[in-house]
Design a protein around this ligand. Structure first.
Ligand code: PMV
Length: 334
């Protein structure tokens, strides 16, 4: 039965992919078509508490409100997976709070499921090292596999399907911290997106004639990106990240029907990034499944980039992030 000891609190940070994950080869196991590479941030943490309870169902509270519908089901399904692995049956009370915007293409699902995997594994006494936690977090949200680790992180696509695919598809840190870039996150819209990344990916893979070409080029980007990080070549890192993200959006714009996350505000920020480069500032854009644009630059250029983004309009609310830590348990909560 549940006791007060069966509880844990974890903190995890979002990550922004510089080589994107877009498309699954196995929907149930969250196996990606391509490998991806990200930078874990030091802003917008998610804090998640998991406590085993003596109730007939899981209780989920997200940002102070009871979760309902799809948001509830995703957490309950994830807990089912943890319970089956831990050979436990108790339900849990999950209380999760995002410091940043939720569901607006700023990787709240990455920090959310990384924190949930870490806290739930501890609460259910599941014996899991970081690689196992990464594979577990992947089952909540693919990008969450990367937020288990800090700094620059690669998520391997893995080989094969079924158990072989599951075992070989995990994230790991790759070093390269000396590059020490800044990411200026240009929040242009705090609202949740209309199409989930899961549905958008599925439709892109199934219907876009540009999907396969993007996936093929992304495999090359992944190799080039790792070399660029290793030689601390910020302009190369930025160029690869920008082309990879624009290509991903091109692939989904060509889906049937097309998916467009970019808003006029996103385009205005992209224009500001081009203007910065024309002025000699090494600034490069990347965009996830939402309208917000993230700008990669040298730490020393972050203030200049922030000023340029503010000048785009009142709708841009820039925040600066640097390399951040992996998911951790909060001590003293077990
Ligand atoms: O893990 P999901 O379902 O939130 O998908 C993330 C997709 C992108 O953010 C667009 C790209 C990525 O690699 O994070």
């Amino acid at each position: 039965g549940a006791t007060d000891a069966d509880a844990a609190v974890a903190v995890a940070h979002p990550n922004i992919a510089l080589v994107k994950y877009w498309g699954k080869r196995d929907e149930a196991l969250f196996l990606p078509v391509t490998g991806s590479l990200s930078m874990t941030l030091d802003i917008y943490p998610t804090t998640t508490a998991v406590r085993l309870i003596d109730e007939p169902a899981d209780v989920v509270v997200l940002n102070g409100r009871p979760a309902v519908g799809e948001a509830y089901t995703r957490v309950a399904r994830f807990l089912d997976l943890v319970r089956s692995r831990a050979h436990r049956t108790e339900h849990a009370m999950v209380v999760s709070t995002n410091a940043g915007p939720t569901g607006a293409g700023l990787a709240s699902s990455a920090s959310g499921f990384a924190a949930l995997a870490t806290a739930a594994a501890a609460a259910y006494r599941l014996d899991a090292d970081d690689r196992a936690l990464s594979r577990l977090a992947r089952r909540g949200s693919g990008s969450a596999s990367r937020s288990i680790f800090g700094g620059f992180v690669v998520w391997h696509a893995g080989d094969g399907d079924g158990t072989a695919g599951d075992l070989s598809s995990y994230a790991e840190p790759i070093g390269g911290e000396a590059l020490d870039p800044a990411l200026v996150v240009a929040v242009v819209d705090h609202a949740s997106k209309a199409v989930s990344s899961r549905d958008a990916m599925r439709r892109t893979v199934a219907t876009s004639p540009f999907y396969r070409p993007w996936a093929d080029s992304s495999e090359i980007d992944l190799v080039e990106m790792q070399k660029a990080i290793a030689r601390q070549d910020l302009p190369a890192v930025g160029e690869i990240a920008e082309r990879n993200a624009l290509g991903m959006h091109a692939s989904m714009l060509a889906a049937r029907p097309g998916i467009r996350y970019l808003s006029p505000q996103s385009i205005a920020v992209l224009d500001a990034v081009l203007a910065l480069r024309a002025d000699g500032v090494a600034a490069y854009a990347t965009i996830d499944a939402g309208p917000n644009v993230t700008v990669l630059c040298a730490r020393a250029d972050a203030a200049r980039v922030t000023a340029a983004l503010r000048a785009v309009g009142d709708f841009v609310d820039p925040r600066t992030a640097h390399l951040g830590p992996g998911a951790t348990l909060v001590p003293g909560e077990d």
